[in-house]
Design a binder for this molecule. Structure first.
Ligand SMILES: Nc1ncnc2c1ncn2[C@@H]1O[C@H](COP(=O)(O)OP(=O)(O)O)[C@@H](O)[C@H]1O
Ligand SMILES: [Mg+2]
Length: 315
């Protein structure tokens, strides 16, 4: 488990030495190949590049008769072509991905998180075409660009909160004093300044998930990617964690969260719905460049019943 977690945090020996190669560059060094936009520019006339730009994405598990098309929709019986998933997520957006079990949410999350590769299609993460990257480069991208939050917290057993949050910085080669400073700041941000020496078994579920959120944001990633972040929490802790995610988004952090709960999705600025590996609904609930719904009019948000939201989501 520790090894799998290391992968998700972007850990491997020598991470620091390769960091310079992820810079977007216009020279002809390896950074240029990693950072080049399709049109060769770094930033278009419409502002910064999207955090996520996915084109004609397909994912098939298995081969032949056993093949399962998890993402991109079934092939056209005549042409054999699948529509694929197209998705652009702008900086500062907060997107909820919804869908019933088996609709492709985890498959999409794994691809967006560079934990798995698509069968076909193109994925630019913060301007980096991740398609041609090897495992070493992908681990750098995960460490530098993505903060992961999982349903089951994925904390390291018997390890104090401060060390948990320092871990991705250690992988990134940040020096000890700076690691500590940044980890303490991240733990303060999630309201755990007085729990930095506590181990997972000394923390409530909600507190453990807040440690995980601090760990996800301590590297200042381009995006926070959360898979059912409140799935294991009671309603009170759910509100705590969502309030933190709301604040992070209000301060500019891009958030993509997978959820099957309307109560969670109503916090998002945009809600996507997946059916059979295709995006069948894409609803904007709040502007990208404004506050997320819960912070726009907190009193009204708090008074709205969750079940009223399904109506809101289809407005
Ligand atoms: N490793 C795998 N091998 C074969 N089929 C898989 C694998 N992972 C997922 N699938 C299939 O792909 C589809 C989408 O799965 P998944 O992305 O896990 O959906 P969700 O997260 O929405 O429940 C499902 O039909 C599932 O059975
Ligand atoms: Mg899933």
């Amino acid at each position: 488990m520790r090894q799998a977690l290391g992968k998700r945090l972007g850990g491997f020996a020598g991470a620091a030495s390769g960091l310079h190669r992820l810079r977007r560059g216009t020279g002809d060094g390896p950074g240029a190949a990693l950072g080049a936009r399709p049109d060769g520019s770094e930033e278009g006339p419409w502002g910064p590049s999207p955090v996520i730009e996915v084109r004609s994405l397909l994912k098939t598990y298995g081969h032949g008769d056993a093949a399962v098309r998890a993402l991109g929709g079934p092939p056209d019986p005549v042409t054999g072509h699948s529509p694929g998933v197209d998705l652009v997520v702008e900086q500062g957006d907060m997107v909820a991905v919804m869908g019933s079990s088996g609709s492709g949410k985890s498959t999409l999350m794994n691809i967006l998180g560079c934990l798995d590769v698509p069968t076909a299609g193109r994925y630019l993460l913060d301007g980096i075409d991740v398609g041609g990257l090897d495992e070493h480069q992908l681990s750098l991208v995960r460490n530098r660009k993505i903060g992961f939050v999982f349903q089951s917290f994925n904390l390291v057993p018997r390890t104090p909160a401060l060390a948990q949050v320092e871990l991705p910085l250690a992988y990134a080669g940040v020096k000890s004093a700076e690691r500590r400073r940044r980890a303490l700041a991240a733990l303060s941000l999630v309201g755990l300044a007085d729990r930095v020496d506590h181990r997972p078994n000394e923390l409530s579920g909600g507190q453990q998930q807040r440690v995980a959120v601090a760990r996800a944001l301590v590297t200042a990633p381009a995006m926070l990617l959360a898979d059912e972040p409140t799935g294991n929490l009671d309603s009170h802790s759910t509100e705590d964690v969502l309030a933190i995610i709301d604040r992070l988004n209000a301060s500019g952090r891009t958030v993509v969260l997978i959820t099957h709960e309307d109560e969670v999705a109503r916090h998002a600025k945009r809600v996507l719905r997946l059916v059979d590996g295709q995006v069948v609904e894409d609803v904007r609930q709040a502007a990208v460049d404004g506050p997320p719904p819960a912070l726009r009019d907190p009193a009204q948000f708090a008074s709205e019943r969750p079940h009223a939201l399904s109506g809101g989501a289809t407005r």
